[in-house]
Design a binder for this molecule. Structure first.
Ligand SMILES: [Zn+2]
Length: 295
């Protein structure tokens, strides 16, 4: 059987060498690895070399007297993983780079490396930038806290977009439902807060009472329409970024502009119907109170 040797070898600097083993990729190249390194980091290899019977894929390369094991991995994945085992630093910019290495680390039972990768990923930008994919990965690997933390970042993901809907469809129903439930909980809580007669007295009370002329007027639909627009926007984008931007003075909504332009109908009064600053501040407080994480 033909295969090529590479010049790369992987060894543990802290442990005396006990020989090496060749790991052959599906491309046929062989990576020579210190046996101690493999056994110390991989439960799979430790078990394999502890058992009296060798594994199915072990064979002796007669030319080099080296045990060669077919690992059925691509060169790139094998080299990257072995590099990490010898302490190479982690540089990943997307989760797609991580998948094959994680699969191999999981297959080889490399607990220490798995912990290192987990810590690295959790503090990287990947959970924010690829939240749905990272959430799926965290759930798959049983990283409960990471999945919970990342659920917040999924709130800015459009689940209706084809590329995201496809990922969501691959997540187990229970986990995908948790993300959808989080959105529903936010929408429900937001509506309740917006309906509060103590938070938004001018809009939610049965009558509108003008503090300037001390006259009560029948309630109009201005606040009701604004509330509908706010609720619709949170349903469209559950993170509420556009609502927060509005409370910070960015953007213009027809429904909010109608509120700010309204005046008291009492002849000669014409006081402002709504306190714009106080109303926006209350709306901002409502958004900040919404649940951010899956249960
Ligand atoms: Zn008035």
């Amino acid at each position: 059987m033909g295969y090529t040797h590479t010049a790369t070898s992987y060894s543990s600097s802290s442990t005396p060498s006990s020989g090496s083993v060749g790991l052959r990729s599906i491309e046929g190249s062989i990576q020579h690895v210190d046996l101690n390194l493999l056994r110390n980091h991989s439960d799979l290899f430790d078990t394999m070399f502890t058992l009296p019977s060798p594994g199915d894929h072990r064979q002796v390369n007669s030319n080099h007297r080296t045990t060669v094991i077919d690992v059925f991995e691509k060169d790139k994945t094998l080299k990257s993983t072995l590099g990490l085992l010898t302490g190479a630093s982690i540089h990943w910019s997307s989760i797609e780079e991580v998948y094959p290495i994680l699969e191999l680390v999981d297959k080889w039972d490399c607990h220490h490396l798995m912990r290192r990768i987990r810590d690295h990923l959790s503090t990287s930008r990947i959970p924010r930038e690829q939240s749905l994919r990272f959430f799926a990965l965290a759930k798959y690997l049983g990283w409960t806290e990471e999945a919970r933390t990342t659920s917040k970042y999924t709130l800015s993901v459009d689940f209706q977009a084809p590329e995201h809907a496809a990922i969501l469809a691959q997540i187990p129903t229970k986990d995908a439902q948790a993300l959808i439930d989080l959105r529903r909980r936010r929408s429900s809580a937001f509506r309740k807060l917006l309906d509060s007669p103590t938070r938004f007295t001018g809009g939610n009370s049965s009558l509108y009472f003008c503090d300037t002329c001390c006259v009560a007027h029948p309630q109009d639909n201005l606040w009701l329409n604004f509330k509908k627009a706010l609720s619709a926007e949170l349903a469209r984008m559950p993170c509420g970024a556009k609502i927060v931007a509005l409370t910070e003075g960015a953007g213009s909504w027809r429904e909010s502009d109608a509120c700010w332009a309204a005046r008291c109908p009492t002849l000669g009064c014409e006081a402002m119907r709504f306190d714009r600053r106080a109303t926006l501040l209350q709306i901002r407080h409502c958004v900040e109170q919404l649940p951010c994480f899956i249960e």
